[in-house]
Design a protein around this ligand. Structure first.
Ligand SMILES: Cc1cc2nc3c(=O)[nH]c(=O)nc-3n(C[C@H](O)[C@H](O)[C@H](O)COP(=O)(O)OP(=O)(O)OC[C@H]3O[C@@H](n4cnc5c(N)ncnc54)[C@H](O)[C@@H]3O)c2cc1C
Length: 454
C-alpha cells in the first residue's frame, strides 16, 4: 500500500479504526500457526500492512470498497485462535479485525440466536443461558473465539457429541459481503451456507449469522482414570454410544498426555489413562457408578453450569490438549484424524504397531452426519516433515481420515467439498481474488487483466 492509500483509508473511517503500529499489526496478523513446525517456518514472517477494526456493517463496506478500488488484499480475523494460519495474510494488505463488531443481536423464543460476527462464543453462551438456552457446540477456545471465526475456521467442539458438528445443520443463515466495486450483501441459507462455512474468509466477509441453540441443562464434570488405555477407550466409547446419558463432552487420553495438564496434577495419577465427561448433573452419580463397575476410578467431579466458574475439564480437551502438550514439550505437534467408528480399535492398533509412541491418542467422540464416532487430535512426536508425511500417508492407507493442520490452503486441509461450492462462490463474490489470497489454490482470478495482489 502506498502512503496515499493509507491516508485515503484513514480518512474514510472514524478515528481509531485503522491500526498502523507495526507491533500491533504483527500481533493481529498471527494465530496459533506455530502448533505446526512446518507452518511456523512458512508463515512466521507473513504480516498485514495495516489492520482495521470496524464496529459496524457500514464500516466493513467502506473497507471493502476501498480495498477493491485499490486492489488491496483483505484477510479477516475473528479472535485469531485458529490453529493453522487461516487468518495470516500471505500477501500483506489489510488485516480486517472483526472483534469490535460483536453484538449478540437477538435470542429468539424459539432458540435461535442472531449475532454479529465478532460476538465471543462465551458471551453468546452466557446470554443464551439467561434465556433458557445454550450453545449447541463450541470450541474449547470459547472465551476468546468469535462466532464468525468458529463458523469460518472451526469444525465442532463441546456439545458435538449430542448435536453434531458445525456442518450438521447448526446454521440457519449467513449474511456475507462480497468483494466487488460495491459490496453486495448476500443472504445464504440451506446448502448455500457451505459457500461461507469453513471458507477461511476467502469467499466473503461474514457480517451476520443466525443459528440454532439447544435447551439449557445444568452440567457436571467427571474425570475417571483407568489402568490401561484399552479399558479407558472401551468405557468411553460405551458411554459415547449410550444415548440414555445426556453428554456435552466425551474425551479420553492415553498416558503420558495427562502429565502435561499441570494444574490438574494434584489429582492425576501417573501412568493412568483418563476420560473427561461433561454429563447432565442428575446423571453424575449413575455415570460414576458405571465407571467404577468398569474398573475405573473417579479422579475428579465438580458441577459446571457456565464458563469461568472454577476449573473446567474442557480447558484440556479439543485443541487445548495440544496446547498443554506443547507447553510441556515444544518439540511435539499434532494431527486431526477421524477413525472409522466400526474399525477404530483396529486402526489405532495398526498405527501403534507402526509408529509406537510417536503417536499418542487423544480421542474426542462427536456426532458427525448423525453417527457418533471417535475423532482424534493425536499428539505426534515430531522429527522431520518426511516422517510426519509418512504417518499421514499411512493413516490414508488404513482408512483413517486426516484434516491436515500443517497445510495452509483450503484444498489441502481436509474439508474441501467435492461440489466445489467454495470455488464457485469465490468466482462470483471475489472475482479479483482479494479475500485472503493464497488460501484457495485452485482459484484463478476472473479477469487476469485486472491488477492482482503481488
Ligand atoms: C487452544 C485451541 C483450542 C481450539 N479448540 C477448537 C475446538 O474445540 N473446535 C474447533 O473447531 N476449533 C478449535 N480451535 C481452532 C479455533 O479456536 C476455532 O476454529 C475458533 O472458533 C476460531 O475462532 P476465531 O474467532 O479465533 O477465528 P480466527 O482464528 O480469527 O479465524 C478463523 C478463520 O475464519 C476467518 N474469519 C474470521 N472471521 C470471519 C468473518 N467475519 N468473515 C469471514 N471469515 C472470517 C478467518 O479469516 C480465518 O480464516 C482451537 C484452537 C486453539 C488454539
Amino acid at each position: 500500500m502506498t502512503a496515499g492509500m493509507f491516508a485515503e483509508l484513514i480518512a474514510a473511517l472514524p478515528e481509531g479504526r485503522v491500526v498502523t503500529n507495526s507491533a500491533e499489526v504483527d500481533r493481529l496478523s498471527k494465530d496459533f500457526f506455530w502448533y505446526s513446525p512446518i507452518l511456523e517456518r512458512q508463515l512466521r514472517d507473513k504480516v498485514g500492512e495495516v489492520a482495521v477494526q470496524p464496529k459496524s456493517l457500514d464500516e466493513v463496506k467502506t473497507v471493502l470498497r476501498f480495498a477493491f478500488g485499490n486492489g488491496v488484499p483483505v484477510t479477516v480475523r475473528g479472535a485469531g485462535t485458529g490453529n493453522y494460519g487461516q487468518c495470516i495474510p500471505i500477501h500483506g494488505g489489510i488485516l480486517l479485525d472483526m472483534g469490535g463488531f460483536d453484538k449478540v443481536l437477538e435470542i429468539r423464543p424459539d432458540g435461535t440466536a442472531v449475532c454479529e460476527p465478532g460476538a465471543r462464543m462465551g458471551m453468546i453462551e452466557t446470554t443464551a443461558r439467561k434465556a433458557g438456552w445454550e450453545l449447541r457446540c463450541y470450541p474449547s477456545t470459547v472465551q476468546k473465539a468469535s462466532i464468525g471465526g468458529f463458523l469460518c475456521g472451526g469444525s465442532g467442539g463441546i456439545g458435538s457429541i449430542t448435536h453434531g458438528l458445525i456442518r450438521d445443520g447448526l446454521v440457519i443463515s449467513i449474511t456475507i459481503l462480497t468483494m466487488e466495486p460495491e459490496p453486495r450483501e448476500i443472504h445464504l441459507t440451506g446448502p448455500d451456507i457451505f459457500k461461507a462455512l469453513h471458507a477461511w474468509g476467502t469467499t466473503g466477509v461474514l457480517v451476520r449469522v443466525e443459528f440454532h441453540l439447544a435447551p439449557k441443562f445444568n452440567w457436571a464434570q467427571l474425570a475417571v482414570s483407568f489402568d490401561t488405555f484399552d479399558k479407558c477407550f472401551s468405557f468411553t466409547e460405551a458411554v459415547a454410544q449410550n444415548e440414555s446419558f445426556r453428554k456435552r463432552l466425551v474425551t479420553c487420553f492415553e498416558w503420558p498426555i495427562p502429565q502435561w495438564f499441570t494444574p490438574l496434577l494434584k489429582w492425576i495419577e501417573p501412568g493412568k489413562a483418563l476420560v473427561f465427561f461433561e454429563i447432565v448433573d442428575d446423571q453424575l452419580e449413575r455415570l460414576s457408578r458405571a465407571a467404577e463397575s468398569a474398573g475405573g476410578k473417579v479422579a475428579y467431579s465438580a458441577p459446571y453450569s457456565e464458563p469461568r466458574r472454577g476449573a473446567l475439564l474442557s480447558d484440556y480437551t479439543w485443541n487445548h490438549t495440544t496446547l498443554w502438550a506443547l507447553k510441556g514439550d515444544p518439540t511435539l505437534t499434532y494431527l486431526q484424524c477421524g477413525f472409522d467408528p466400526k474399525r477404530a480399535r483396529e486402526q489405532m492398533h495398526q498405527l501403534k504397531e507402526k509408529f509406537g509412541d510417536e503417536i499418542l491418542y487423544h480421542i474426542e467422540f462427536a456426532k458427525s452426519a448423525g453417527v457418533i464416532g471417535p475423532g482424534s487430535i493425536p499428539i505426534i512426536r515430531f522429527t522431520t516433515e518426511e516422517r510426519l508425511q509418512e504417518i499421514i500417508d499411512y493413516c490414508g492407507q488404513i482408512g483413517v481420515g486426516v484434516a491436515n493442520p500443517h497445510i495452509n490452503h483450503l484444498e489441502g486441509s481436509g474439508r474441501w467439498r467435492s461440489d466445489d461450492a467454495k470455488l464457485v462462490a469465490k468466482t462470483a463474490y471475489d472475482p479479483r481474488g482479494l479475500l485472503n489470497p493464497g488460501k484457495m489454490i485452485g482459484f484463478k482470478p476472473v479477469s487476469e487483466s485486472e491488477p492482482q495482489p503481488a
